[in-house]
Design a protein around this ligand. Structure first.
Ligand code: C2E
Ligand code: CA
Ligand code: CA
Length: 565
């Protein structure tokens, strides 16, 4: 009985350990190993075959087959085969033959077996560790990176100082919900997987794709490839056949794109392409690049939302009043309450902060707040023996999403000692017919209580006469875009006919009308000639603080400069 050649075994063990730990491909290691072994053990032929079925982690699976050595034209001495089955339908096989006329000793056979077994165990341990590491970075459903994996990859790229040549694209599939309606959720997942793989097929080299939840993806793309990528991703078509239902899906998407230039952590990039995406949602093309001013705008909007609650508590919102005038005698007949945000020494206009408050819903709190302030003010004026007039308060469309908002309005008004007919609620048009029912119910409830209701900005958006006819509003506020500007005076006749007809129509429906945004005497003449009785605009007054407006209460009469008359 001989003994193992420990020196040789130790050399191979070291070689296997070091190559595996350096992340070499198992097939390459195996090839080198067999070549090195062939001198010592006089190997005449050696082949290997690794099979691994496809899985989410290895979408293409593995099938590598190779003849590493073949010296003897099919004439051999001994044969040794290492074969093992791995997991589900996988296998690992190495076959070695000694050269013709060479016979291995028992010791040599055991040594060969020892080396190949050691190789298999070590390599598979490294492969599994690597897969495990990869699985933590992968989205198991679609086979692309998950968010953590994507960010880790980007961090690595940033460390190479090459990242500035790339963009990150945040991508949301438009109307994916539709797919889940046609097929089951399970089939929906399958279609999303196909989509992810289709996007993945568009990237190359260092580019990668990640899924960050739902139907949202992020893609790391080289700047040279961006146009081609954006174009191709919109042309993706997914075919799906399930139990006889065949569908072809086109998947347009919304994309926010941000450059990696100047970034030093991966979370910044998610913020930036996320912001660009928010912006892209509002564009027709459905794509937008991140830009500095966009960033500042979004940050400001976020700041408004964050500071809102505190601002309400600190009473930072102040109500301005803009007079409404009866054009027959130029007298003050009412006013619109318009909110401003007094922050430190700055007065912020509503168009700046209202859109973000609408988005997150806080606008509702603000509207009730303004209504309270108005009621409080009317109550105070009344107590002081002043003559009061009707004040209108703007209510966002957001209120239609909320149960009992009419009751809330009535509750507020009734808690003050004022007649409800001193309050008017201004609502804006909606394009949604679903809102019509809710709107109509609300309008009638408010009117039944004695509160006036007007439709604001009529003509600016949808100008639906069906809406005003069917929902019971009693006042129409004609938007400022309806009165012709000086530059449009050559079309004066046409504009005038249109305007007068609208006014007549409103009058025939037994509704009151008021025209907003009257800035010049000429415009006033135009409005007056169309049988409109009420106006509001800079020609008379801009919105003003309460103390100033108070001076107008009583029998205030405006004098109109006679220029242009
Ligand atoms: P709006 O309801 O259409 O209010 C009229 C806006 O037109 C006011 O701007 C007013 O200052 C402006 N305006 C009045 N006369 C003229 C004129 O002759 N020429 C021009 N160019 N503009 C004129 P403001 O105060 O900046 O308000 C803007 C918008 O903010 C309002 O439009 C309204 O939609 C919203 N808003 C203001 N306060 C509130 C509020 O308390 N709640 C809600 N939901 N929205 C509000
Ligand atoms: Ca208004
Ligand atoms: Ca308006």
């Amino acid at each position: 009985m001989g003994v193992f050649n420990n020196e040789i075994l130790a050399k191979f063990v070291n070689q296997i350990d070091s190559e595996c730990s350096r992340d070499f491909e198992p097939a390459e290691i195996c090839e080198c190993l067999l070549l090195d072994m062939s001198d010592i053990y006089q190997i005449g032929k050696a082949t290997f075959e690794f099979i691994e079925p496809a899985s989410p982690l290895r979408p293409d699976g593995i099938h590598i087959e190779k003849v590493v050595i073949d010296r003897n034209n099919s004439r051999f001495g001994d044969m040794y085969q290492y074969y093992t089955q791995t997991g589900d339908r996988g296998s690992f096989k190495i076959v070695t033959y000694s050269m013709e006329n060479v016979h291995w000793t028992d010791i040599e056979k055991e040594e060969i077996e020892y080396i190949l077994t050691y190789f298999y165990k070590t390599a598979s341990r490294y492969v599994i560790t690597k897969l495990l590491r990869k699985s933590l970075a992968m989205d198991m459903m679609t086979g692309v990176y998950n968010q953590a994996g994507f960010l880790a990859y980007i961090e690595k790229q940033m460390a190479t100082k090459q990242a500035y040549k790339y963009y990150t694209v945040f991508l949301n599939v438009r109307n994916f919900g539709f797919v889940n309606k046609v097929f089951s959720h399970q089939q929906g997942d399958e279609i999303l997987r196909k989509y992810a793989q289709a996007v993945n097929a568009l990237v190359e080299g260092d580019e990668i794709v990640g899924r960050v939840g739902g139907d949202n993806f992020v893609v790391y793309v080289h700047k040279d490839n961006i146009d081609r990528f954006l174009d191709a991703v919109d042309k993706i078509v997914i075919e799906h056949d399930f139990e006889g239902v065949y569908r072809k899906f086109e998947f347009p998407s919304i994309k926010g794109i941000a450059s990696m230039e100047g970034l030093n952590n991966s979370h910044d990039i998610m913020n930036k392409c996320g912001m660009a995406y928010q912006f892209a949602r509002k564009t027709k093309s459905g794509k937008a690049y991140f830009a500095r001013d966009l960033y500042e705008k979004v940050m400001k909007q976020q700041e408004y939302v964050i500071n809102f609650t505190e601002a309400i508590e600190n009473e930072e919102f102040v109500v301005y009043y803009q007079p409404k005038i009866d054009v027959d005698n130029n007298s003050l007949v009412g006013a619109e309450a318009l909110v401003r945000w007094q922050r430190d020494s700055q007065l912020i206009m509503p168009m700046e902060f209202i859109p973000s408050l609408e988005q997150n819903g806080s606008i509702r709190i603000l509207d009730y707040y303004v209504l309270k302030k108005v009621c409080e003010q009317l109550d105070r004026w009344k107590k002081n023996g002043m003559q009061i007039i009707r004040i209108s308060v703007n209510f966002s469309r957001k209120h239609f999403e909320e149960e009992g908002f009419v009751e809330k309005i009535i509750n507020i008004v009734s808690s003050y000692n004022i007649e409800p007919n001193y309050i008017e609620i201004e609502l804006t048009e909606s394009d949604s017919y679903q809102d019509y029912d809710v709107m109509s119910k609300a309008v009638n409830q408010l009117k039944a209580y004695g509160i006036h209701v007007s439709i604001d900005d009529f003509g600016a958006l949808y100008s639906s006469f069906n809406l005003i006819k069917n929902t019971g509003f009693d006042i129409v506020k004609i938007d400022k875009s309806f009165i012709p500007k000086e530059s449009q005076y050559e079309n004066r006749e046409k504009e005038f006919t249109l305007f007068r007809n609208i006014m007549n129509l409103i009058a025939e429906l037994n509704m009151e009308s008021i025209v907003e945004g009257v800035e010049s005497v000429e415009q006033l003449e135009f409005v007056k000639a169309s049988n409109c009785k009420f106006v509001q605009g800079y020609l008379f007054d801009k919105p003003m603080p309460c103390e100033e407006f108070e001076k107008r209460l009583g029998d205030w009469k405006y004098t109109i400069p006679d220029e242009g008359m």
